[in-house]
Design a protein around this ligand. Structure first.
Ligand code: ZN
Length: 120
């Protein structure tokens, strides 16, 4: 069974390693949508895997670092592609959210990526 919770944040970025003249080399902004998935066994007594609020509590400190910032200025996000942002979030979220399974990120309404965490 999987659980998920969805968040959004606004941020500016530019991509330093794209070919000359690429539009993503210019500073621009996105409304990012982040879907955070956990997975595990449903406890027969509680009827849940874990409290859905656990996802919000775990993600909030990261959200506060991302929302309304220029992502390139954040340590580890010097090249803030959607892939690198998803991995940055996933790797930092895992210690606080042991059931974390994958991060699905939307950079626009039609494009994004899915980062599935490595098996332990
Ligand atoms: Zn962009």
């Amino acid at each position: 069974m999987e659980l998920f919770k969805t968040f959004t944040f606004e941020a500016a970025h530019w991509l330093p390693h794209v070919p000359a003249g690429h539009k993503c080399a210019r500073v621009h902004g996105h409304t990012y949508v982040v879907e955070i998935y956990t997975r595990g066994k449903v406890d027969p007594h509680t009827g849940w895997i874990h409290d859905l609020a656990d996802i919000k509590v775990a993600f909030e400190p990261l959200l506060n670092q991302l929302d309304h910032y220029q992502l390139n200025d954040i340590e580890g996000l010097e090249n803030p592609t959607v892939e690198n942002i998803a991995r940055w979030i996933g790797d930092r979220l895992k210690p606080a959210l042991p059931h974390l399974w994958k991060i699905k990120m939307w950079e626009t309404r039609s494009s994004g990526c899915v980062y599935t965490l490595p098996e332990e």
